[in-house]
Design a protein around this ligand. Structure first.
Ligand code: ATR
Length: 271
């Protein structure tokens, strides 16, 4: 039997996190002895709380809202993807160094791949230009879609993000969600917090069609309001973000334990 590995997810609020359940299922299927708790950490206490956790023997932490930026600033060693995306969701200790990675973007790509969606040559529209959009763009770009358009309520934020990630051979487009799109997207990814906030969201009038695949980073037991809207507008292939949640967790688990866990977790059992 290996020694107990102490892991946790930190955030505020953290009560509803599904990560403890997911990681315990990973540990069971991998035959590993881990503990994984959900610990509430207020933003103002980030440094003392995280230092205390690592000092008391925690080997890995997942970091969720609103602490991702604090984790980015705290880490000594950032992965390339963390640097590019400005985002961190996984911390661990190597010697005296705190290392950091973000597994959100790779988790999304893995989930899309498992659904037989290959991004190469797709016209992709990302809705939203906040932290969640920034976290996934580097991984999406690596898959060489034919275009990425960032559509946001606040146009200037979409423009800023498009500028940040545009490369000479890969220009990202920025648009306002109040204007119709000038492309027919193959894949629409919703990264906005409108659903979680229970708010209405303006969308380009021509965003959905029968040929559009829709992916909502949010998830809930019932269909999300975004997916309901997409289906009502004719899109039949729609997914929520539960698969990405599981895949990003699996990548964190692999970083900490060097084991690739089984990811065939049932959504209903989880929610
Ligand atoms: P996160 O880290 O979850 O991405 P964020 O950085 O606050 O959170 O970004 C939230 C995103 O959701 C933003 O793009 C925001 O649009 P604005 O930039 O215009 O604020 C978007 N969003 C939130 N509520 C929305 C709503 N009701 N309608 C449209 N977009 C919304």
């Amino acid at each position: 039997m290996t020694a107990l590995k102490k892991l946790a997810v930190i955030g505020d609020p953290i009560d509803h996190s599904l990560s403890p359940k997911i990681h315990k299922l990973f540990a069971e299927s991998s035959g590993l002895d881990i503990s994984y708790e959900a610990i509430q950490v207020e933003k103002k206490d980030f440094v003392s709380a995280v230092t205390g956790l690592f000092d008391s023997g925690y080997e890995g932490l997942n970091v969720t809202l609103p602490l991702k930026e604090d984790a980015f600033n705290y880490a000594n060693e950032l992965s390339e993807e963390s640097k590019l995306s400005g985002s961190v969701n996984t911390l661990w200790k190597e010697g005296s160094f705190i290392c950091a990675d973000t597994t959100d973007g790779r988790g999304l790509v893995k989930d899309l791949t498992s659904k037989n969606i290959s991004l190469s040559n797709l016209e992709v529209v990302i809705l939203g230009a906040g932290g969640s959009a920034r976290a996934i763009i580097p991984s999406l770009l690596k898959e060489k879609p034919s275009s990425i358009t960032i559509a946001n309520r606040t146009f200037s934020k979409a423009e800023e993000l498009a500028k940040k990630f545009s490369l000479p051979d890969n220009q990202l487009k920025a648009v306002s969600t109040s204007q119709p799109l000038d492309c027919s997207p193959d894949l629409v990814i919703n990264t906005t917090s409108a659903g979680v906030l229970n708010q209405e969201m303006d969308l380009p009038s021509n965003i959905f069609s029968q040929d559009t695949c829709v992916y909502d980073l949010s998830y809930s037991r019932e269909e999300t309001s975004f997916i309901m809207r997409a289906k009502n507008s004719g899109s039949n292939v729609c997914y929520d973000g539960i698969g990405m949640l599981i895949q990003q967790a699996a990548l964190s688990f692999e970083i900490w334990t060097k084991h690739k866990p089984k990811t065939d977790i049932n959504k209903a059992a989880l929610l």
